[in-house]
Ligand binder design. Sequence first.
Ligand code: TRP
Length: 337
Amino acid sequence: MSKQRVLTGITTSGAPHLGNYVGAIRPAVEASLSGEFDSFFFLADYHALIKCQDPDVVHQSTLEIAAAWLALGLDPTTVTFYRQSDIPEIPQLAWFLTCMTAKGMMNRAHAYKASVDENQRQSSADLDQGISMGLYSYPILMAADILMFNAHHIPVGKDQIQHIEMCRDIAMRFNHTYGEHFVLPEAMVDEGEAKVLSGLDGRKMSKSYGNTIPLFSSEKKLKKHINKIKTNLLEPGERKNTEDSAVFQIWQAFATAEQTAEMRDAFGNGIAWGEAKKQLFELINKQLEEPREKYMDLIANPGEVEAILRQGATKARLHSTELMMSLRQAVGLRRLG
Ligand code: TRP
């Protein structure tokens, strides 16, 4: 029996950050190394165009995120590692899926709703102000990414679960209309992690909020970023709450269960914020030291990364061209004679 497929992507609209690592790269690389799965990992550069209209940022981010995957242990010979925009069948499939997607469902998509809410908050006369069709249809493009390779498991942060559910819904509608073509995917959420990783301000760590901690800055910068994590005004010796603490939450994402229990005790005993942050820096830095060197090496050799991505695209297209051919048949886009 063939292996189950794991697939995930990262949007290339900024520098790779700790949230990408915890939410996607780490679980995905672990799953791929277990040998249990057939893995597909990609750079979501079409998705990047939704949020980022700076071509140089998209370009540089594509290199950085590719290098991050490779530095953190991804083996491009055993997984399929590619750039979304190298697969022309993905936007083709996205159109088929667009025609199978209920508009009402898209109205409920988080990313779109968050923008509407923001307009509402600013008492904007037009609630759709600044919202592109790209943002609105974002979950459909994501569904195309997933369904193109008939992936079973999608390692993502909790905030992406809704998109996986929408993908299942779209796949079901397609299967119902045109016959069984798609596997229904499931979100694979890191068990140890209670929530989405918090950023500097306590909200979800996200490029959109500008509250990220970069994965591969210098040691000094990492320390500086960690020192910027928002805390409250409790003094050393005063008992601190783990529940609402970004410091604790990030600690938990990098620590063993035992280390987490120790930090919980330290919070109870009133550890100083400065000390907790110092320990957090040491914990994270130790895990990133080795990959950081590999990363710097790859950034200095973009041609190497490009070659790896091209090979990945060739591998990916073996699947995507074949599936697209049968889907075209299924929907009636067929030769006339
Ligand atoms: N939307 C995801 C994010 O922002 C990135 C992404 C695009 C993705 N396509 C995907 C993740 C397909 C998993 C599967 O994090």
